[in-house]
Design a protein around this ligand. Structure first.
Ligand SMILES: [Zn+2]
Length: 255
């Protein structure tokens, strides 16, 4: 089928669905200028030190790694990134009353900034807009910690207990939060259409949302610029730029 035919097919399936669960990965945010960490030109591919900063054991044990991580956070492209057409299209889907849950692997909060209801967003990898104290568990806005770094605190610690602060995200070597993963998998089992966007669907357990939804009888639509591990389970696979595809398939039905 031609790209236009596939987009039309995907749009009609979404028009017919009542309970859509969306899964988003890094690909939806690259059009906002946030690099994909694992892709060929991704951050870790170009800078192995960045990978060390993202490994929990190194981060907790090595003050040098934390100081470098804080400097890198100051310069993150995320702070100036704005939601793009893809994020906005998913807000339109919510306004049509079709969105049951939006599970994201992204830590940029661009879905919420686009206007998505926070209650519908399941952040399986946390958010880099918050910090968490590794000792007492206190969470606080990232901006407060960054202000301290700008004021020359190279490795700011928790103001309550003195513990190590880290972005409230899942680092390498750190366990996912079981309640959050359960919520994501349960949503997949309870939808009539799963829309997977901008992820190659290789990382478990989140990738298993696709077979879980398919087994439960849901339709599966995949939008990604490259092949994914789950393409054969999908009813429709669209490999076109994500923002324009989502604008075409998630907006209001014509007429
Ligand atoms: Zn603390």
């Amino acid at each position: 089928m031609s790209p236009a035919g596939l987009i039309d097919d995907a749009r009609r399936r979404i028009d017919a669905a009542r309970r859509v669960v969306v899964l988003t990965g890094a690909g939806i945010s690259t059009e906002s200028g946030i690099p994909d960490f694992r892709g060929p030109s991704g951050v870790w591919t170009r800078n192995p030190a960045a990978e060390k900063q993202s490994t929990i054991q190194n981060y907790l044990a090595e003050p040098d790694v934390r100081r470098a991580a804080w400097r890198a956070r100051l310069d993150s492209p995320t702070w100036n990134a704005a939601p793009n057409a893809g994020h906005r299209a998913l807000v339109a889907l919510e306004r049509r009353g079709k969105l049951h849950a939006l599970v994201t692997q992204n830590i940029d909060e661009l879905h919420q900034r686009a206007g998505q209801s926070p209650a519908l967003v399941v952040e399986v990898h946390g958010s880099m807009r918050r910090v968490m104290c590794w000792q007492c568990g206190r969470r606080a806005p990232m901006e407060e910690a960054l202000a301290r770094v700008r004021a020359d605190e190279q490795d700011p610690h928790c103001l309550d207990c003195g513990g190590i602060l880290k972005s409230d995200t899942i680092s390498f070597g750190q366990s996912l939060v079981p309640e959050v993963i359960d919520r994501a998998l349960n949503a997949a089992a309870d939808c009539d259409l799963l829309l997977a966007i901008g992820t190659t669907l290789q990382v478990q357990p989140v990738a298993s949302m696709v077979p879980i939804a398919a087994r439960a009888g849901a339709r599966v639509v995949i939008v990604n610029d490259q092949p994914t591990a789950m393409d054969e389970l999908a009813d429709v696979v669209v490999r076109e730029p994500i923002g324009s595809v989502l604008a075409a398939i998630c907006g209001a039905a014509p007429g």
